[in-house]
Write a protein that binds this ligand. Structure first.
Ligand code: SF4
Length: 301
C-alpha cells in the first residue's frame, strides 16, 4: 500500500504544541525519542499505534498515581477546609480506583503482581502524607490563605522567554507583598530536581518582573517525616538555566523541523520510516517504567 504524505495542516497544529517546552518534555526527549513520538507527536503515528498510544498514555505507575491523588486531595483539603472530610473522600476514591485498576495503573495493565499488603502500605503512607500536609498548612499557610495565587487544581500555565513558550505547574504559590513562595509537596523522600524549581522561579520572576519580587521555593517532604527545605536561586543560576532551556528547545525544534521536511517525502510506508527516526532507547531501565512498552515489546515482556 502506498501512503500519502502527512497532511501538513494537522502536523502544523501538532508541531506548535510539540515545541512548547517543559522540563518534563526535555527529559522524555532525551530519555527516548520513541516515547517522545507516542506521547507528543500523535499526528506522526499510524492509526493503530495511535489508538493504542492514547490508551497507554493514561496509565500511571502506582507511585505516580499515589503522588497525583495525594496532591489532588491536598487541594481538596484546602477547598473543604477540613482534613477529615478530605480523608473520607480520599479513602473512597483510593479503593474504588483499585477495584478496577487495569485501565489506570501500569503495574495492573502489564500483569505485575501487587499484594494486598502493598496496597495497604500505599494507603497508609498516603494518609500520613495528607495529615502531615494539613499540620504544615495550618501552621504555615492557612493565615496567608487570601494570598494564595496558584494551586494544584489550576490549569497548566505558560510563559514566554526569548521566542519559547514554556509550560509549568507548581503545587501552591503564595504572594505576600514583594515576597513570593513556591511550595512543592513530596510524598516520598527523593533528591529534588533543581531544574523544576529554577523553572518555577523563572516563571514568577518573569511574570512579576516590574515588581522586583523576591522568589523562594519550599520543598515540603510529607513522608516518612515532615520536613521543609528552602531554596533561593541567584541571578546567575537563573541566567544559566535560561541558556539550558534555549539549548534544549533548539535541539527539539531542529529535530522537529527536520521531521517536517521528512514527512513531505513519500515512502512505501511513511509511518515505518518515521518510527526509525524516533529511535528507541537502549536503556532497559527507562523501558521498565514506560507506559508504552506494549507498543515496543508486546504486553508480556
Ligand atoms: S518502552 Fe522503551 S523504547 Fe519503547 S517508548 Fe518506552 S522507553 Fe522508549
Amino acid at each position: 500500500m502506498r501512503l500519502t504524505k502527512i497532511p501538513q495542516n494537522k502536523f502544523e497544529l501538532n508541531y506548535n504544541n510539540v515545541i512548547k517546552w517543559s522540563n518534563f518534555k526535555h527529559r522524555i526527549y532525551n530519555d527516548c525519542k520513541r516515547k517522545f513520538l507516542y506521547k507528543y507527536v500523535g499526528s506522526l503515528v499510524d492509526p493503530y499505534d495511535k489508538e493504542k498510544a492514547e490508551k497507554l498514555k493514561k496509565l500511571k505507575t502506582l507511585k505516580n498515581w499515589q503522588g497525583e491523588i495525594v496532591h489532588r486531595y491536598i487541594d481538596i483539603s484546602i477547598n473543604l477546609d477540613s482534613i477529615e472530610l478530605s480523608l473520607e473522600k480520599f479513602k473512597n476514591e483510593f479503593y474504588s480506583t483499585l477495584a478496577n485498576p487495569s485501565e489506570k495503573i501500569t503495574e495492573y495493565y502489564y500483569g505485575i503482581q501487587i499484594t494486598n499488603s502493598q496496597i495497604e502500605e500505599i494507603y497508609n503512607t498516603s494518609v500520613i502524607s495528607l495529615k502531615n500536609f494539613w499540620f504544615y498548612y495550618q501552621n504555615n499557610i492557612r493565615k496567608l490563605r487570601e494570598k494564595i495565587i496558584f494551586r494544584d487544581s489550576y490549569d497548566i500555565q505558560t510563559f514566554r522567554i526569548r521566542e519559547i513558550d514554556i509550560l509549568y505547574k507548581p503545587d501552591l504559590v503564595v504572594k505576600d507583598e514583594d515576597e513570593l513562595t513556591i511550595f512543592d509537596w513530596k510524598t516520598q523522600e527523593l533528591e529534588a530536581d533543581l531544574n523544576q524549581f529554577k523553572l518555577y522561579s523563572l516563571a514568577y520572576l518573569t511574570q512579576f518582573e516590574s515588581q522586583k519580587i523576591k522568589v523562594k521555593s519550599k520543598i515540603v517532604t510529607l513522608y516518612p517525616t515532615l520536613k521543609e527545605d528552602e531554596i533561593i536561586f541567584s541571578k546567575q543560576d537563573i541566567d544559566e538555566y535560561i541558556d539550558f532551556i534555549y539549548d534544549s528547545y533548539l535541539d527539539i525544534k531542529t529535530f522537529m523541523d527536520q521531521m517536517r521536511i521528512f514527512t513531505q517525502n513519500e515512502f512505501e510506508n511513511l509511518f515505518i520510516e518515521i518510527k526509525k527516526r524516533f529511535e528507541k532507547t537502549q536503556n532497559r531501565n527507562i523501558c521498565s517504567r514506560c507506559e508504552f512498552r506494549e507498543l515496543c515489546f508486546g504486553k508480556e515482556k
